[in-house]
Design a binder for this molecule. Sequence first.
Ligand SMILES: [Zn+2]
Length: 412
Amino acid sequence: MRLTIDRDRLLSEIDALASFSDAEAPAVTRIVFTPTDLKARAWLKARCEEAGLTVRQDAVGNTFARWNGSDPAAPVVGTGSHIDAIPNAGKYDGVVGVLGGLEAIRGLRQSGFRPRHSIELLIFTSEEPTRFGIGCLGSRLLSGTLSPDAAGKLTDDDGATLDQVRRGAGFCVELEQVKLPSGYYAAFVELHIEQGPLLERQQIPLGIVTKIAAPASLRVLIEGSGGHAGGVLMPDRHDALCAAADLILEVESAARASGASDTVATVGICEVFPGAVNSIPSRVRLSIDIRDTDLQRRDIVVRTIEVTCHSISAKRQLSIHSELLNADAPADCAPAIIEALSHSCRKHQLNFLPMVSRAYHDSLFIARIAPVAMLFIPCRNGYSHRPDEYAAPEGIVRGTLVLAETLAALSK
Ligand SMILES: [Zn+2]
């Protein structure tokens, strides 16, 4: 098998996809089911069909592009990622796994390789939580992690439900049909930029993911009492922001107390009401993200934060309500896929780093129904979700080559 990756075609397609954007270049904004997203999907579908793949879309817009194997009944070998981009993002997150996956399949087809298992490129809908508040929407539905009923009722900022929005975008069959049958996949491999600095810092060309950390998120509402910043004296105050400050520091120490470097916790949103310089904050809303590769350790942090909410509420005499929005389980990657990836790296004398994916990916959910693994390529300074996100062409090509060989090994 003489496998070549068409570097120019792949890079020009990454640029072409970036041109479907609601932000000015180099920023990319592509929110699920906006006109821009639908145009990008149509463009991508045309590229898949041009490559000789059979395209199908499910009720939530997950898009499958299939190369039939010689044994069509054998479980599928899958690859893919997402093309939605948060506001003011870059052009590589997700896209490298989608267009790299497509290029890997084209390269294999051109090499004369014939798979026994069918190989499918999967473009997940709404990996980013931007529009409906929940990440990995498509893969949660595919894996049965989110019920079709609950998904359909999710709303965007304009109050439109997912059901209304997806139907408006032309995806009209029932959401019940999205979940994949058990045993659908023999294996699933996702190529992705690292979104962290480790590969670049250590000058290692590739990362093979052995575990995917999983987040839990809490939304906390603190209600104290407001009043005039001059009129209410300190002993009489129930300042919601001061309670929030206590809680934020406790979140930090709860994560530190776990003692494991894989435990991280972040308060990323703090909304203060009424938000006036001469008014005591009466209400604060916090969003807390807690991640780990170990479920038990992560849940200890979650419980510590919940207990802390009670104690701060008692101490400061105000109300603190915490709600656990999601608590997904971390995933271990499949040894057989890790071995196939490693084998290809060794063949090309490419050094690789076994690593943990600390960001959230669709593969986390596909891991519930299939053996998965991920392949990371370096990105400059570890930057992601910003316009200056960058992955070098040679890194993209290397990742695509190793992905292609791995798909070939798994689909024999
Ligand atoms: Zn991504």
